[in-house]
Structure formats: structure tokens, C-alpha cells
Ligand binder design. Structure first.
Ligand code: ACM
Ligand code: ZN
Length: 547
């Protein structure tokens, strides 16, 4: 099996290699699409968009219109005009054509892209059309990403033919908005970065020890109390003695704001997966509702980082009522099939000392506190399944037995992902070794803004293969994708989030979109030269190795 796979990979690599020898130097210079398309070839010649170019849509559904309008908005920002959108064309019109086609080869997200004297033709399902537009933007000058009008910008596109299909269905980026809070405008900007990189999943980490960020109508104290901490630690968590800034800090996203973000993402074919942490990382909620803990509190929303022993009581029915009520509002806000329920870093000390928790262990015939965690997660899973949702959780949810339908997000390494895939559970890979963008990007940390620690350079992110070699090809099918994680303990501003996310997000986009045999770091770095100019046009604060 493995040998066959190897032969196929080598054969395909040779074929792709041959295809690439057809690329002219002009193509290499002008085409720098990230993530790299499956196949691309060029001919001599260029097409130029001007104010008379039409956008033509082959069937006038809302979805193609939306993509046409999206392109027009980008264009309008950069050159100060929009193109006319029509559903019919006269013979001499030049146009950007969005053509609906469906083939099993392209699926929903693949697309075909072709440029000649008459214009640009993008063919695919609606999502594929949107990704075709992303490729079109990257074939235009980098200034197309600017929000400032460039009146004389020449919108020239080289004659290329592209066939492009993503490798994975879950192409994600995570953002922790609890350790630090970021305004809705930045959340939208972050979503735009995902769209630009053909990523389709925004994992929004909304609840934590240090702050609760999602308005829940039934529990107003989550907004009034849990959303704020009294102060924040200054400097690194490991310093001794710890110092604090004595400034109240926090914020909440109202349900209207959440709906606005979800809508904005859906217009970019991005699914927002909310994370509501349980049973750990819940001190902010317990501060407002201490009766949901084993000890009864009192607690304070945490002001420093790390793991807390204070978690929801698993023996108390009120805990489940609370979480079910919270999740009932959450599922109404997020159309996502998956709800992330956390599950990581939940010390069992309190459960060991709690009569109610011990009583539950006895009554349910459980062996230990790990099985109690499994009971907890399985109960939440049943509830969410009854609402038509699936759960995904960090790999600790494997301990004590995995809930029957749960997907696993493997973060402590590959092992959790391997175990879950072998037992036929879906897996998203996000190991600290390759996917934690809170780590330093250089070993020369003295010249860098303070970070949590670790070292994750661009090349290592790029080298990541989400399918572990330990899996057979059949087991490998359970790996549905990967994502980069941005934990924000040491990122107090959106500017710092950008600095840590870029350019690593660009590398991750290629990890999840482009087949392994079709990519090399040297070629990626070459394409990044133009991509940095795009980020410059956006005004992104990115890290760049001075070479
Ligand atoms: C995690 O990084 N605690 C999932
Ligand atoms: Zn308890």
C-alpha cells in the first residue's frame, strides 16, 4: 500500500515537474499565487481590465452576484471604479466570466481559470468561483489590495490556464480573543486574510479563564462580570515576583456583532467555528456563577496566564443546565456544523475532592476522573447532536474514552490525531510543533517583542504534512485538515497578532491547500516576494527575516 502510494507520488511529481518546465520566465515573474494552484501554465500575452470590462455571471443566483460584488468592492477601493455586472454578453464585450459548472473532480471548492484576449473565465461551483476571484486578485498588481485609490494602476493579467482543487476540507486559522480582546473591525480583517489565502474555517476561541467574550442573553452576568478582569500581568508569566498593571480590562461581542461577523465570513465562504471551553478554562464564567464550581468559590476572572484548577463541577446538574442554555444560544448564532467544546487542560484536583463529582463517578459506574471528563463531554455531545451539531475538542477529550461522534483537534503532538484517526474519528491537526503561531519566529528572541516562548520558523510551518506517516491511506482520510493557532497572552494589540500570524499564515495556507508533491519551500519563498508586497498594500504588520 505504502509503496504504491510512493510510486504514484513520484509519478505525479515528475508529471507536475514536466508541466512546470513549460513556464516562461515571464510567468514566473508575474504569477505568484499563494497558496500554489494544482496546475498552472501560461501563454504569451496579457489581458487588461478597464472600466468597460464587464462581469458576466452565467446564472444569476445570489452567490455569483455576491462574489462579483466582492470583486467590485476590492476594485473600487484600489482604483476607484466598479465593473458592470450582467448576465448576457455581446460578441465584442471583454469580460470576467463567472461560470457555474459542477464536476466531481472540482468539487465545491475547485475552479478552472483561463485568460485570453476576450477576458477571464472562472468556472466552478460558487465557492470555487470565489477562489478563482482570489487568484485573479493575485494575478493583478499587489496594489489591488490597497484601500487607497491608485488612479493609474494598470490592471494587466497574464494569459494563464489554472486548474485548482484544495487538498483538505478544513483549512483553518484560530484566534484567541479572550486573553486579549480585538474589535469587530479587526476580526473582519482577520477573516479577509483567511479569504485571501483560500482558507475556509475561522476557529473563534470565545471563552477563557481570563475573559468571556460572547453575549448570552439568559446569563447577563457573563457580559457584566465574566467579560472583565481587574488587571493584567506585566511581562512574562514566569517572572517572579509577578507584577500587574492595575487596569480593568475586557470586552464582549454582542449577539448582533457575532451575527455581523458570521455574515461577513459567510460572504467569503468561511465557516466560523465557535469555541466554548469546558470543563476547564472556565474561571471567568465561574466568577459570575460560582455555584457551578466544586467549591462554590469565590473566584476572580484570572489576571495571569497558565492553567487553573478551578473547573465546572461535573457532579452538579446546574452545570449541565447552564451549559445547555449557553449552547442553545450559541447554535442559533453559528450555522457551523461543528461546535468546539475545548476539553483541554482541565486538572482533576477539584473533582477528586468533591462529594458531588465522586457521587457521579459511583452512580455512573466510572473508574476515575478521566472517565468523568468523558461522561461530561459525551453528555454535551448528545445535547449538541440533538441540535444537529457535531462536536470537536482538543485531544484531551480522548482521555477516558472519546465521545461517540466527536472530532479531535490534535495539539499536543500527532499522537492524539493518530489515535483518533485509527478509531475512525475525524481529525484536525494543529500540533504545537508546527502550528502554534504564538511561538517566536527567530532564535534571536532578544530583538523580538515578548512571546510565550518556543521557536517556530516559517520553513518549519511550511514543512508540515498534516497526514502522519503512521497512518494507512484509509486512516489518513480521517485527517480533514489543519490550522494555525494564535493564542494571545502576549499579543495585546491587533498589530501584534498580525506580526505573529504573518507570514506563517501564508505558509499554513499552502500546507492545507497544495498537495505535498507540488510544493517546495524555495519556490514558496520566491512567490512570497510578491506576497509581501500585497501585505504591504494592505498595511499588514508582518515579521520578515532580514536576509
Ligand atoms: C491549547 O493550546 N491549550 C489547546
Ligand atoms: Zn464537583
Amino acid at each position: 500500500m505504502k509503496n504504491n502510494k510512493l510510486i504514484i507520488v513520484i509519478t505525479v511529481s515528475i508529471l507536475v515537474g514536466l508541466a512546470f518546465t513549460n513556464c516562461s520566465p515571464q510567468l514566473e515573474e508575474s504569477v505568484s499565487i499563494i497558496p500554489k494552484p494544482s496546475k498552472i501554465s501560461s501563454k504569451d500575452g496579457t489581458f487588461r481590465i478597464n472600466q468597460n470590462t464587464l462581469i458576466l455571471i452565467s446564472d444569476s443566483t445570489d452567490l455569483s452576484f455576491r462574489t462579483a460584488n466582492y470583486f467590485n468592492d476590492v476594485l473600487n477601493n484600489a482604483v476607484g471604479y466598479k465593473l458592470e455586472i450582467r448576465d448576457k454578453k455581446s460578441p465584442n464585450d471583454s469580460a470576467i466570466i463567472l461560470e457555474y459548472i459542477y464536476s466531481s473532480k472540482l468539487g465545491q471548492e475547485g475552479y478552472l481559470f483561463s485568460v485570453n484576449n476576450n477576458g477571464v473565465r472562472i468556472s466552478g461551483d460558487y465557492v470555487g468561483q470565489f477562489y478563482g476571484i482570489q487568484s485573479l486578485l493575485q494575478l493583478l498588481p499587489p496594489e489591488i489590495y490597497s484601500k487607497k485609490v491608485h488612479e493609474n494602476l494598470e490592471l494587466t493579467i497574464p494569459f494563464v490556464e489554472i486548474e485548482d482543487v484544495p487538498r483538505f476540507e478544513w483549512r483553518g486559522m484560530h484566534l484567541d480573543v479572550c486573553r486579549h480582546y480585538f474589535p469587530v473591525e479587526f476580526i473582519k480583517k482577520y477573516i479577509d486574510y483567511l479569504a485571501m489565502h483560500k482558507m475556509n474555517t475561522f476557529h473563534w476561541h470565545l471563552t477563557e479563564d481570563q475573559g468571556w467574550r460572547i453575549e448570552i442573553k439568559k446569563y447577563p452576568k457573563l457580559s457584566e462580570v465574566s467579560a472583565y478582569r481587574n488587571e493584567t500581568i506585566i511581562g512574562h508569566h514566569n517572572t517572579n515576583p509577578q507584577k500587574f498593571d492595575k487596569k480593568k480590562y475586557g470586552g464582549i461581542y454582542t449577539q448582533d456583532q457575532i451575527r455581523e461577523v458570521v455574515q461577513y465570513a459567510s460572504e467569503r465562504f468561511i465557516t466560523v467555528v465557535p469555541e466554548i471551553e469546558l470543563p476547564g478554562h472556565s474561571v471567568a464564567a465561574l466568577t459570575a456563577y460560582p455555584e457551578l464550581s466544586c467549591t462554590g468559590g469565590p473566584f476572580d476572572v484570572r489576571t495571569s496566564w497558565g492553567i487553573s484548577n478551578e473547573i465546572y463541577c461535573a457532579g452538579n446538574e446546574k452545570t449541565f443546565k447552564f451549559l445547555e442554555n449557553v449552547l442553545s444560544e450559541v447554535v442559533e448564532l453559528f450555522p457551523s456544523n461543528y461546535i468546539h467544546i475545548g476539553g483541554d487542560e482541565a486538572p482533576k484536583d477539584r473533582w477528586q475532592d468533591c462529594d458531588k463529582c465522586q457521587e457521579r463517578i459511583k452512580k455512573e459506574g466510572l473508574h476515575d476522573e478521566h472517565e468523568l471528563q468523558s461522561y461530561f463531554i459525551t453528555r454535551i455531545e448528545k445535547f449538541l447532536n440533538s441540535k444537529g451539531k457535531q462536536i470537536i475538542g482538543w485531544d484531551e477529550i480522548l482521555e477516558g474514552g472519546l465521545a461517540p461522534n466527536a472530532a479531535v483537534m490534535s495539539w499536543r503532538g500527532d499522537e492524539g490525531g493518530i489515535e483518533a484517526a485509527k478509531s475512525k474519528h475525524k481529525v484536525v491537526m494543529s500540533p504545537t510543533t508546527h502550528c502554534y503561531f504564538d511561538h517566536y519566529q527567530t532564535e534571536n528572541t532578544e530583538s523580538e517583542p515578548l512571546a510565550i516562548g518556543g521557536f517556530l520558523p516559517l520553513e518549519k510551518v511550511y514543512s508540515f504534512n498534516p497526514v502522519p506517516s503512521e497512518l494507512t491511506s484509509e486512516e489518513g482520510e480521517y485527517i480533514i485538515g489543519a490550522q494555525g493557532n494564535v493564542w494571545t497572552e502576549y499579543m495585546p494589540t491587533s498589530n501584534q497578532v498580525e506580526y505573529m500570524a504573518f507570514p506563517r499564515m501564508s505558509a499554513m495556507s499552502e500546507v492545507v491547500w497544495t498537495e505535498d508533491y507540488n510544493k517546495t519551500f524555495a519556490d514558496f519563498q520566491n512567490r512570497m516576494k510578491k506576497h509581501y508586497k500585497r501585505l504591504d498594500a494592505i498595511g499588514t504588520n508582518y515579521y520578515r527575516l532580514v536576509d
